[in-house]
Design a protein around this ligand. Structure first.
Ligand SMILES: Nc1ncnc2c1ncn2[C@@H]1O[C@H](COP(=O)(O)OP(=O)(O)OP(=O)(O)O)[C@@H](O)[C@H]1O
Ligand SMILES: [Mg+2]
Length: 292
């Protein structure tokens, strides 16, 4: 197969791991930066250019679109779909998963349990929203947070409201979310490929920290999921229309809750922690799809 990986940085672990897996299975693989791709829209002739050149033949594209270029990256993926090329993540699914609020709206509408979450456009209603969400502490989260940056634990209503006001002042949207204390600073990452859980780990925040992001110093170990957790991860992935996903789950007294679903999940943490060659599983999945 001729494969293309869209990635801003060919040196990243995830990109390198996919390149290695593709080459080991005898495929030709190239990496392009999606910000170097140009879209040409014309009646019945969707086209893409890479710099000066028209896009050559590829059997499949693996988009690795990070948060820094979501909307342009999604436009490139949409163009590839219009050109009839198999992409491992479609533009719509990518956008739904990337927007934390949209993702929770869709999942909760399908009966999936999530931390209770609210948002108000202005400051005036923030105290009312807080009252609907919790009587205890709350997590206040930038809609655009990544790697735990912009995820804050407010110890009281007044603290939560002042954080919301501060972010509104600088033009950022924030959600107020029920704090799941039962998770004790941990979350689960379930990695799904083609309707199967191929690896799962539990991440534990450093002492004194509630965010279990590896970038915030959390540690991770392999974990066996309960049946409810497996079912939840697979259901969420399917609802969002994803073939490949990293599903983040909080363990709570009322059962597993979906925190978010990542449509461009990193491979370093999960491969390193579980010892599973997930890139190889992804490449085999693409082979299967192309053969169809
Ligand atoms: N409602 C919550 N209750 C308890 N812990 C939470 C809650 N929301 C977030 N956390 C903790 O904070 C961490 C970071 O939050 P979240 O995953 O929502 O944002 P992010 O990591 O910045 O986003 P991304 O994963 O897209 O980079 C989670 O992994 C979890 O450990
Ligand atoms: Mg996260």
């Amino acid at each position: 197969m001729k494969l293309l990986i869209l990635s801003r940085n060919a040196g990243l672990y995830s990109t390198q791991s996919l390149i290695k897996a593709a080459q080991q299975r005898g495929h030709d693989v190239q990496v392009y930066d999606h910000l170097m791709c140009n879209i040409i829209v014309e009646k019945s002739k969707p086209a893409l250019m890479i710099g000066q050149d028209y896009f050559g033949h590829f059997d499949a594209v693996i988009p690795r679109i990070g948060a820094s270029a979501t909307s342009y990256g999604a436009a490139i993926v949409r163009q590839l779909e219009a050109m009839g090329i198999f992409v491992t993540v479609g533009a719509d699914a990518l956008l739904k998963a990337r927007d934390k609020l949209h993702c929770l709206q869709i999942l909760s509408a399908h009966g999936i349990d999530v931390p209770k979450t609210g948002i108000s456009a202005g400051d005036t209603c923030a105290p009312m929203v807080y009252d609907q969400i919790t009587k205890d502490r709350a997590v206040v989260k930038l809609l655009a947070s990544t790697q735990g940056l912009g995820v804050m634990l407010a110890q009281s209503k007044s603290q939560a409201v002042s954080i919301v006001e501060g972010f509104h002042r600088v033009g950022h949207d924030v959600i107020i979310q029920e704090f799941i204390a039962d998770a004790k600073g941990s979350d689960i990452r379930a990695f799904v490929v083609d309707g199967e859980i191929v690896g799962s780990m539990i991440r534990q925040a450093q002492p004194g920290e509630f965010r279990s992001n590896i970038h915030r110093g959390a540690s991770s170990v392999k974990v066996k999921l309960s049946t409810a957790e497996r079912d939840l991860a697979l259901k969420a992935t399917s609802i969002l229309g994803l073939h490949i996903a990293g599903v983040d789950i909080l363990r709570s007294k009322r059962g597993p809750l979906i925190l978010e679903v990542n449509a461009s999940p990193g491979l370093e943490g999960i491969e390193g922690t579980t010892g599973v060659n997930i890139s190889d599983i992804i490449i085999r999945f693409i082979e299967k799809r192309i053969a169809k």
